[in-house]
Ligand binder design. Sequence first.
Ligand code: BES
Ligand code: MN
Ligand code: MN
Length: 453
Amino acid sequence: MTTKEFITANKDRFLSELFDWLRIPSVSADSKHKQDVRKAAEFLKEKLTAAGVDKVEINETKGHPIVYAEKIINPSLPTVLVYGHYDVQPPDPLNLWDSPPFEPVIRNEKIYARGACDDKGQVYMHVKAFEAMMKLDLLPCNIKFMVEGEEEVGSDNLGDFVKANKAKLKSDVILISDTALISLEHPSITTGLRGLSYMEVEVTGPNRDLHSGVYGGAVANPINVLCSMIESLHDKDGKVAIPGFYDKVAELTAAERTDLNKAPFNLDDYKKELGIDEIKGEKGYTTLERTGVRPTLDVNGIWGGYTGEGAKTVLPSKASAKISMRLVPNQVSAEITELFTKHFKAIAPPYVKVKVMAHHGGEPAVTPTNSDAYRAASKAFEEVFGKSPIPTRDGGSIPIVALFKKELELDTVLMGFGLDTDALHSPNEHYGVNNFLVGIETIVAFYKHYAKR
Ligand code: BES
Ligand code: MN
Ligand code: MN
């Protein structure tokens, strides 16, 4: 039986198992789901055991547990370490989902559920690829799994786990499916991810909420002030106006830029899919460059004053915002956090007080395209898709990639099968049934080519 035949024969079971996993609301950010996060870890443990690992553990951390498993067929063979996450983003706003986020359904050949693509669906491809290799006697090397439950909240405890378990995690390459393809027609391998500095700011004006008629016009309104401070964080060319922000940014050579822009991209389709008439970004760069290799600053949330039903005439005491910056090589998250903090305090006008807090961060990463593992991934895509994959730089962040390099001295291959349009972190997140099935096949092909090296 070929891998493809095995996948076809077991498709319904694979999907129904994945659906069972997706039904567990493993929302890491929400403490009321703490037990569900654990249940999702236990579910994975059970499925890895059934698929034939020698050993599987649920490792406790200060936060959510880390599932570790391994199948060592011969210590002298190479070892692939698969990383992924079983936690998911909160599903809100619930009213915008066409079907409930934790009741997976297939519509138009796509699985709709929170975590369908990011990252349970993609992790499950690895579990089923492993099962297929065990059943068909195709596993050509050792395999380890490390799947965490805190990726969506900054992987706070994974660093300590990696540092404390270097021997256990010893391997030759890291394999991750938690990124996107250009499309099923244009396969791609992600070769870079952006880093992150995530901040929260609070602007305080008067010592209490005021009647906006009695005081309005005479006392600074912290929401107005916060808005102008935020506005000033970009200049007229769309550059981030924080002194020193670009100091360490690695500029691409003309040849690298040409290469990056060879990836298929249609601006009209892009705008249409997003329902926008025009795009906006840093002057002098294309959309692919703006999301792939340029650093950015965005407000992720903003609040203050009255947002309930009807109207309340109030001049609020406080206004707040969550602001994140995406970083590129060779920016350093802690340094950018520091630059932001200094700058934001410096631009505060005398009529308000400003507090700046740092949430999580992560370093950008670039993965090599000249390694055995990259070549194996490339051949696997050629074999399954009939086309050689295009290297792309993704705008999202997986902070652990830089940490793996630093702590374990290991390179990562980012073999993701999602699509940018899969509505990650949004209502109606989905994952193509075909992406899931073809992903399993490509992963099995990866092992074959990697072990041949
Ligand atoms: N899987 C995503 C990252 C991603 C998405 C990479 C699409 C490439 C393409 C991951 O789960 C994620 O959402 N990461 C967070 C960072 C984290 C520190 C919260 C992100 O990018 O916002
Ligand atoms: Mn993810
Ligand atoms: Mn995510």
